[in-house]
Design a protein around this ligand. Structure first.
Ligand SMILES: [Fe+2]
Length: 472
C-alpha cells in the first residue's frame, strides 16, 4: 500500500511539473449544464464538438509528443441560451493499449513502438467531420471512428465501401466540402508499392471514395491540409519529405520525414473539372500545417497559409521547448501564383496566427475578408498567455482578444442564421485558465471581437486540436 501511495505521489509530482495543457484529464462526464457569465445567444442552436489528446501518461511514463495523447471528445451543446457539456474518450484499440493494457508500446506521430514496422493505431484525435450521415473522429492514420453525437459513445470504425487501400497509407484529417453539393473532397498518400497522392471525392451520404486524380511521387511530402477553389484542388508540397521504405524500419511516423534545406516548394494544381493535374509551380519554401483559404482573381491564384520558416517545429510539442528564434511561430503568408506566367510571389503579412478558421460555408475557395486564429507568439516553455486574433486579409488590420494566464484554442466561427455579412456570427474558443486550473468556453461577437459571454467547464481541458459546430 505504501509503495502504491509512493508511486501515485511520484506520478502526481511529474504531472504537476507539466504544463496544465499537457496534463492528463481522466474524468469523463455525461451531459452537464454549465454556469457562466454574460450572454449565450438564443439563436445559437447546435453542438460544438472538439477533439484532442487528453491522456498523456501511463504511470510515470509519458508519450513523446502532444499528438500521441489518447483521443477525447468534448461537446458543448447550445440550447436556448444554455450550454450543456460532456466529454468522453474514444474507445478504440488505442484506448485498449493505453488504458486497459497500460502500455505505451505503439507507433504514433512521435511515439516509437517496439515493432519492427511502423504500425499505427486508430487514435483519432485530430478532427471531427460528417461522413455518410455519421459523425466521425479523424486522424491521419485511418480509419475514421464513428461516434454518437449525444453521448459521445464510440460506435465503431467507419468503413469505406471502395477498393482504395485502408492500411499503410496516410489520409488528410482536414477534408473539404463542396458548398453546393455537400460532397467530401479529400486526399490520401499511398506509400506502396509506388508512392502517389490520390485525390478523391465522396458524394454526400456515400461511403464510396471516387478517385479524382492520382499524382505519382518519389518522396511524398507531409501536407497536413490542402486548399480547394471552385476550379482547383491545391497541394502545396513543402520540402518535408519521406522515403516510403523507411516506414518499414519501425519508429515514429514523424521521424521519417526530413526537411530538404535549399529545395524549392512545389505547388500542384488539380483541375476539378478535367480531373487531372493542371499545373505545377515552384516557390521559395515554407512549412505549414494549415491552409487558410485560396481563390482565383483575374488570372492570379491566391494561396493563404499559417506558415513557418521551416519545419523546425514538426516533431516538437508546444509548451515544452524554448523558441528563441521564433521558428515555432506561424505567420500569415500569402502566395500569389500568376497562372499564365507561372510567376509566384510570396507575401508575408507578418501577423502571427495558427489554427486558422474562416467563414467556411460562405467563403471557402472564394474571395474573403476575415480569418480567425490564435496568436502563436507564445509557443514557449512555460506558456502563460495566448490570445485570439481576427485579421482582415485585405486591409491587414488585426483585432485581438486575450486574458492574463489564459491560453486560447482554435476559434470556430458560427454564422448567424440570417447573417448579413461575412463576420456576422460568433467565435467559439475553449480557453485554458492556468490560474483557476480549469477551462471555459468563450463566446465572442465575431464582428466586434468582444466577449458576449463564457461558461466554465468542470475541469481543465488539455490542449486540443480541432472542432466543428454541428447545427441542430
Ligand atoms: Fe490540423
Amino acid at each position: 500500500m505504501k509503495l502504491l501511495l509512493l508511486l501515485l505521489s511520484f506520478t502526481a509530482l511529474l504531472q504537476a511539473d507539466r504544463p496544465l495543457g499537457l496534463t492528463s484529464l481522466t474524468v469523463e462526464l455525461p451531459e452537464t449544464k454549465l454556469k457562466g457569465t454574460g450572454e449565450v445567444p438564443e439563436w445559437l442552436s447546435g453542438t460544438l464538438i472538439r477533439n484532442g489528446p487528453a491522456l498523456f501518461n501511463v504511470g510515470e511514463k509519458y508519450v513523446t509528443h502532444w499528438f500521441d495523447g489518447l483521443a477525447m471528445l468534448h461537446s458543448f451543446r447550445f440550447n436556448h441560451g444554455e450550454v450543456i457539456y460532456a466529454n468522453r474518450f474514444l474507445r478504440t484499440s488505442a484506448y485498449e493499449t493505453m488504458v486497459v493494457d497500460k502500455s505505451l508500446d505503439f507507433a504514433g506521430f512521435g511515439q516509437a513502438g517496439s515493432k519492427t514496422e511502423t504500425a499505427f493505431i486508430p487514435n483519432a484525435n485530430v478532427n471531427v467531420a460528417r461522413f455518410a450521415n455519421n459523425l466521425v473522429a479523424l486522424t491521419e492514420i485511418p480509419l475514421p471512428v464513428i461516434f454518437d453525437k449525444s453521448t459521445l459513445d464510440t460506435v465503431g470504425l467507419f468503413s469505406y465501401n471502395d477498393m482504395l487501400p485502408k492500411s499503410k497509407i496516410w489520409e488528410c484529417a482536414h477534408p473539404h466540402y463542396d458548398a453546393k453539393s455537400g460532397d467530401v473532397i479529400n486526399y490520401q498518400v499511398q506509400f506502396f508499392p509506388e508512392a502517389k497522392y490520390v485525390l478523391y471525392t465522396m458524394k454526400k451520404g456515400s461511403s464510396v471514395r471516387e478517385v479524382i486524380a492520382e499524382i505519382p511521387v518519389k518522396q511524398p511530402a507531409y501536407m497536413h491540409s490542402f486548399a480547394m477553389t471552385e476550379k482547383y484542388l491545391i497541394l502545396v508540397e513543402f520540402p518535408l519529405l519521406i522515403n516510403p521504405q523507411d516506414l518499414l524500419k519501425g519508429g515514429s511516423f514523424s521521424s521519417h520525414y526530413k526537411w530538404q534545406a535549399g529545395k524549392q516548394m512545389r505547388i500542384l494544381l488539380v483541375s476539378r473539372e478535367k480531373q487531372q493535374l493542371a499545373g505545377e509551380f515552384w516557390a521559395d519554401p515554407v512549412f505549414a500545417w494549415h491552409h487558410i483559404n485560396s481563390y482565383e482573381e483575374d488570372g492570379t491564384l491566391y494561396i493563404d497559409m499559417a506558415a513557418y520558416e521551416d519545419a523546425t517545429g514538426f516533431g516538437y510539442a508546444p509548451d515544452l521547448v524554448d523558441d528563441p528564434e521564433h521558428k515555432l511561430s506561424a505567420r500569415f503568408v500569402r502566395y500569389k501564383v500568376d497562372l499564365a506566367t507561372k510567376n509566384v510571389v510570396k507575401e508575408a503579412l507578418g501577423s502571427s496566427i495558427e489554427m486558422p478558421r474562416i467563414n467556411y460555408d460562405r467563403c471557402n475557395g472564394k474571395q474573403y475578408n476575415f480569418v480567425y486564429g490564435y496568436d502563436d507568439y507564445g509557443q514557449l516553455k512555460g506558456l502563460k498567455k495566448r490570445g485570439l486574433v481576427k485579421i482582415d486579409v485585405r486591409t491587414k488590420l488585426l483585432v485581438s482578444w486575450s486574458q492574463d494566464d489564459c491560453i486560447a484554442e482554435e476559434p470556430v466561427f458560427v454564422a448567424k442564421p440570417d447573417a448579413k455579412s461575412e463576420d456576422d456570427g460568433v467565435v467559439l474558443s475553449v480557453v485554458l485558465d492556468t490560474k483557476a486550473k480549469t477551462s471555459f468556453l468563450l463566446i465572442l461577437d465575431a464582428r466586434k471581437f468582444t466577449e458576449l459571454g463564457r461558461v466554465i467547464a468542470p475541469h481543465h481541458i488539455p490542449y486540443g486540436l480541432h472542432g466543428e459546430f454541428f447545427p441542430k
